[in-house]
Design a protein around this ligand. Sequence first.
Ligand SMILES: [Fe+2]
Length: 263
Amino acid sequence: MRRNDRPGRAVIDLHCHILPGLDDGPRNWDEALAMARLADADGVQLIVATPHCNLDATCPSPAQIRDLTAQLNQLLETNGLRLRVVPGAEARATTGLVEAVEAGRVLTLGDRGRFLLVELPPSGQPLFAAELFFRLRLVGVTPVIAHAERYDFFRSAPGALQELADRLYPIQVNAGSLLGREGWRIRRSARDLVRRGLATIVASDGHNATDRKPVLAAVERALRLSREAFAQLAFEHPLALLRQKAGPAATSGSGKKAGEGRH
Ligand SMILES: [Fe+2]
């Protein structure tokens, strides 16, 4: 039985580079399809395609992303896959980002106009991020912090990330980081964010079908999460964002943190 044939099993991958030819994701349709097959077999039912958008370098146009997403969905249907893809982007935090978002030049998650996946520069500063996020919220868009476990400056100043979480900016961690594929420091950081309830979303950040696969189901067992805790991280919170409700930090009203259901 395939994983996603189990009743009640559903996974949404909110961060995945699956559109071909746009960034360091798949180079062609064959590779994109190979990624889709892996995700489908892993239980993923919906992928948000999030190609890199760096306004200081290259940023695919929303029209291009929408068009490639439609083509990919056609390919998936032709090949009998139930998995579907919606458009989005992973935007680098740069000075002109707020204006570009306002002008519709950067796609929000699911093209819904509500949440924007934001990647910080490697040498970024928490204060810069806080100001940028505040300005994004002023124009009606809430930033989702991509792979928060990977930034040195958050590891050295964990209070800054707590402050962002307190402001209800959703925080995403990568499945590969949780599984130790980026080394023990990043694994410890990622697991800590989940266990403290700061990170409310797990996504694959998949780039290919070899060493950065679009899969995340292994996280449930590796972290000894209950089925419910995993479902929050990989389905309910991503779905809440795509439905344009308040961010997951605001919707987890039970006060129960994602890691609390561990057994
Ligand atoms: Fe990414």
